[in-house]
Design a protein around this ligand. Structure first.
Ligand code: BES
Ligand code: MN
Ligand code: ZN
Length: 498
């Protein structure tokens, strides 16, 4: 799909469709007023007939509006004028995207960016329009013998703004929106792929492909390399699987090499059976999504490289399957991590932290500014926050605040849980330095407490995306989260530097 931002006026558009907003109680936005005047009151007349009153989610597609050069005018309901905030804007744009899907519209000029949105600027609106339009055009067809028909006939979207001074920033915001959408699309693809295809080897190949396209440095550690480094914890998860584990690293330098990089670590368990602590079989297929942390950090790397952001970024993906077998780790086994700390594996289903801990130790060699790990780590996080917010736990207040802000800005929110010492006690083991589980209570926090013991040398945050990375049910599929949050965080970092 092609996008452009231009200084434009609705009545001068010749294309297939012009989109304007209507507030509740039939209140016209500025762009809708222009069309109403051009058409000698046609819009107001339609509204007063009761065909639409501007409620959120409502749409009305009009053809051959008098005086207009375009083929169609799409009215979209915005809800209450005074309460028009980010959520209402996003709802309206989704409603527009739904109409695009169901119609034969080939190009559209959208006039929603001039409408004031509480606490949001034009750039935010442009960014969201691109994200939502591209997001709703996403289809996962790779594994069907006959691909479904494309959702959109739409090929081009123009975003009309009235203020020429906002043009440069608007274009920049558009590029960012498109880059984030591309990153999300990669993350969704990797998440949705079947676990017999998306193996650790496949993830490594994808990372190398990204490196080739964007001229990044790629390193893939094989099992023997990890043995040499003493990654006994990561390898203890991999030992039950026939698929070889990989530790993947991508390095992007948008700054001089002496600038410290942000390091993102993504959990890449390409299938989590639970191991010997086997999971129940219903819905076990969903554990193919246990590599969504990996998918999101790779997607973020793609977005950053696409935008050529002036920062340094390293992405690390520990990738493995978690399988039961004769060679699998047993409950009670004690393993030695790369950090030298020993771990009693009381539950082989708490495998995410076992691979992340060695990746966190490995991260130290990049002399990071901050390290953020992203993982579908605990079912407890789904219980606590549902599918709305990502769980956030950090050893640094500034970093957690930056991530919370980025989530707000990107409409991809996180919510913080505490990392208090009181919880650390739950990880006590009689036989090793620590156990890999802390019992049923506060499962998300004890998982993070475990990780914190391997993140002592730098500022660190942990994002638990167990509830936000994919949807179950009828619309089952990967969401691409938290690519928007992570990318927004990195964009904000470049602004903080300059
Ligand atoms: N990948 C799962 C977490 C998960 C569960 C994500 C359900 C999404 C939905 C993780 O490896 C896991 O199994 N965690 C255990 C930890 C427990 C054994 C301490 C869990 O949450 O049950
Ligand atoms: Mn597990
Ligand atoms: Zn898992």
């Amino acid at each position: 799909m092609e996008f452009e931002v231009k200084v434009a006026s609705p009545e001068k558009q010749r294309g297939a469709c012009v989109v304007v907003g209507i507030f509740e109680s039939r209140k016209l936005t500025e762009a809708a007023k222009v069309i109403d005047e051009t058409s000698n009151g046609y819009i107001k007349a339609i509204l007063s007939q009761g065909d639409m009153d501007g409620k959120a989610n409502a749409t009305l597609l009009l053809h051959n509006v008098p005086g207009m050069l375009c083929k169609r005018v799409l009215l979209v309901g915005l809800g209450k004028d005074k309460e028009f905030g980010d959520k209402a804007f996003i709802t309206a744009m989704h409603a527009v995207a739904n109409v695009f899907q169901k119609s034969g519209i080939t190009d559209a000029s959208i006039f929603l960016t001039d409408i004031p949105v509480l606490e949001r600027d034009v750039e935010w609106k442009i960014n969201q329009i691109a994200l939502i339009a591209m997001g709703s055009d996403y289809q996962f067809n790779q594994l069907k013998s006959k691909p479904e028909e494309k959702k959109y006939s739409l090929r081009k979207i123009s975003l009309g703004i009235s203020d020429r001074a906002a043009l440069a920033a608007g274009k920049q915001a558009l590029l960012q929106g498109v880059a984030i959408a591309k990153g999300m699309s990669l993350a969704k693809d990797l998440g949705n792929l079947a676990p017999n295809i998306c193996t650790p080897t496949y993830l490594a190949k994808q990372a190398k492909d990204i490196a080739k396209t964007y001229k990044l440095k790629a390193t893939v550690l094989e099992q023997k390399d990890m043995e040499k480094l003493g990654m006994g914890s990561l390898l203890s998860v991999a030992q039950g699987s026939d698929q070889p584990a990989k530790l993947i690293a991508l390095e992007y330098y948008g700054q001089t090499k002496k600038e410290k990089p942000v390091v993102l670590v993504g959990k890449g368990v390409t299938f989590d059976t639970g191991g010997i602590s086997l999971k129940p079989s219903p819905d076990m297929d969903e554990m193919k999504y246990d590599m969504c942390g990996a998918a999101s950090v790779l997607g973020t790397m793609l977005a950053v490289a696409e935008m050529k952001l002036p920062i340094n970024l390293v992405v690390i993906v520990p990738a493995t399957e978690n399988m039961p077998s004769g060679s699998a780790t047993k409950p009670g086994d004690v393993v030695t991590s790369m950090s030298g700390q020993t771990i009693e594996v009381l539950n082989t289903d708490a495998e995410g932290r076992l691979i992340l801990c060695d990746a966190l130790t490995y991260a130290d060699r990049f002399k990071p500014e901050v390290v953020i790990d992203v993982a579908t780590l605990t079912g407890a996080c789904v219980m606590a926050l549902g599918h709305v917010a990502t769980g956030l736990i950090s050893n640094d207040d500034k970093l957690s605040q930056d991530l919370l802000n980025a989530g707000e800005q990107a409409a991809d929110r996180a919510w913080q849980l505490p990392l208090w010492d009181d919880y650390q006690e739950l990880l006590k083991s009689n036989f090793a330095d620590m156990a890999n589980i802390g019992g049923r209570a506060a499962g998300t926090i004890t998982a993070a407490c475990f990780l914190s013991r391997f993140a002592k040398t730098y500022r660190w945050a942990h994002l638990d995306i167990a509830g936000t990375a994919w949807k179950s049910g009828k619309e089952k599929g990967s969401t691409g989260r938290p690519v928007p949050l992570l990318t927004q965080y990195l964009i904000a970092q470049t602004k903080a530097v300059n």
